[in-house]
Design a protein around this ligand. Structure first.
Ligand SMILES: Cc1cc2nc3c(=O)[nH]c(=O)nc-3n(C[C@H](O)[C@H](O)[C@H](O)COP(=O)(O)OP(=O)(O)OC[C@H]3O[C@@H](n4cnc5c(N)ncnc54)[C@H](O)[C@@H]3O)c2cc1C
Length: 425
């Protein structure tokens, strides 16, 4: 019998168990996989370390900043780039159009000046037109939406945007079209990454002393008799249950869920990533820490350089790149994993990032849950499932438990909500 049973050993589950323990409570974590860390985990291939997609640490929250302070971190200035038709544009493109031909800049600026007035509750396409004008929007974020969110922007709501997309003034658009000496307008002044051990090293201090059991995949929850059944056939009874299991899976997993809950849960969906990682036996690969790709003929939407995050991620004198191709129930992966590696290597060569003869290792794997998709109407479905879990005494935490666009610091804070359980007060 566990006093507090936590499903999932990602940052949110670890944070829940850590805070329970800090309050003198007994907590057990069940993690389905062989390692903890979830999305913050990494893998090794012949001396190269690759995180599960691009990950940097940042936070405005005091509690999480304390966690970061205790880790040995390198500091990075965020200077992402954008690749489009052989050109490299500073980020964000809307106020960095300098590399475009003059006539294209003129059209983009005219579109910005003539952009439609803001409406109430626009869909994401309309919102993009209202912020940037049709020319800029259609050329950059609309195309990126198709690659990153896997659906056209009119399918999406705008509640997830926050400060993620920069909204420049006309002056900024004009300056950015005439000079490349524009100020940095990325929404973070600096970002951090562990000097050693990959991104997951941030979790090491939290995991120490926790009762974390790997290879324990929960397959059934009986909330009335308060037990969780695992794929290995074992049962664990609990007093309190915390779950970071993806919300769409809870409709079938929780015994006695009404049809309306099952239907709402099955209507929630996330994007997946086909992650191609390449280790190179040369010291440099391209010029950027990370960048976005707009060309439709190149499948990955985002690329980053693990060796630039920390030299500890590669053997001495080597470099590495990682490519994220998004797919979903609405946009299946176009290529097999093997042909995707070949496509990516070819595209990387075309973008001038590498020479194929310098490739030392390649890897392709699937991350089934990447980004929660904010389809219009999603919030109502999410509410139905979350309300049901609350009624059943289950506390959902984390990016996929809460079904939200949470960064790792927010997932950590989500797990910290364990402090509100009656046994903790
Ligand atoms: C492409 C990408 C880039 C990102 N970049 C950044 C970044 O730069 N900075 C940042 O701060 N954040 C970033 N994030 C967000 C960050 O990865 C998440 O906020 C965080 O890792 C979520 O942690 P979690 O514990 O909620 O979920 P997860 O990490 O998914 O952990 C859930 C765990 O539960 C386990 N599990 C699932 N089902 C079961 C089951 N039935 N039984 C037992 N265990 C189960 C899983 O194996 C997993 O280990 C990024 C995310 C993505 C997808």
């Amino acid at each position: 019998m566990a006093e507090i049973l936590v499903l999932g050993g990602g940052v949110s589950g670890i944070s829940a168990a850590y805070h329970a323990r800090q309050a003198g409570r007994e907590a057990v974590i069940f993690e389905a996989r062989a390692r903890y860390g979830g999305l913050l985990d990494h893998f090794h291939k012949e001396g190269y370390r690759f995180d599960n997609a691009v990950h940097f640490a940042f936070s405005k929250n005091e509690a999480y900043s304390e966690v970061l302070k205790k880790a040995d971190l390198l500091t990075h200035r965020p200077e992402p780039y954008n690749y489009e038709q052989g050109r490299w544009l500073k980020h964000p493109v809307q106020n960095n159009l300098f590399p475009l031909p003059v006539e294209e800049k003129v059209e983009a600026i005219k579109g910005f000046i003539e952009r439609p007035a803001q409406t109430e509750d626009p869909d994401y396409r309309q919102w993009l037109y209202e912020q940037f004008g049709k020319v800029i929007a259609d050329r950059f974020p609309v195309r990126y939406t198709d690659k990153y969110w896997t659906v056209p922007p009119e399918k999406l709501s705008t509640i997830w945007i926050g400060n993620r997309l920069y909204r420049p003034s006309l002056d900024e658009v004009l300056y950015g079209a005439m000079t490349d000496s524009t100020p940095q307008t990325y929404y973070l002044p600096e970002m951090f990454y562990p000097r050693r051990g990959g991104f997951r090293a941030i979790l090491d201090q939290l995991v120490k002393g926790l009762d974390l059991r790997t290879g324990k995949e929960a397959v059934r929850i009986d909330p009335s008799r308060r037990f969780v059944e695992c794929r290995d056939g074992t049962r664990e009874y609990y007093e309190y249950l915390i779950s970071s299991v993806p919300l769409p899976e809870m409709g079938e997993m929780v015994e006695g869920a009404p049809e309306a809950v099952k239907e709402a849960a099955s209507g929630l969906w996330a994007t997946s990533i086909a992650l191609v990682s390449i280790g190179l036996k040369v010291p440099e690969a391209g010029d950027h820490l990370w960048f976005y790709v707009y060309d439709r003929g190149i499948l990955p939407a985002r690329v980053h350089a693990p060796y630039r995050k920390s030299p500890d991620n590669v053997p001495e004198g080597c470099s590495s790149l990682q490519f994220e191709t998004y797919f979903s129930r609405y946009k299946p992966l176009e290529l097999s994993e093997e042909t995707l590696v070949d496509h990516v290597a070819g595209a990387a060569e075309k973008m001038g990032l590498l020479d194929r003869t310098d490739i030392a290792v390649t890897d392709c794997r699937i991350l089934p849950y990447a980004n929660v998709v904010f389809e219009r109407g999603m919030s109502a479905k999410r509410r139905v499932v979350l309300d049901f879990l609350t009624e059943q005494g289950i506390l959902p935490v984390g990016r996929f438990g809460e079904w939200d666009y949470l960064w790792s610091d927010q997932s950590y804070l989500s797990g910290k909500k364990v402090e509100n359980l009656p046994c903790m007060l």
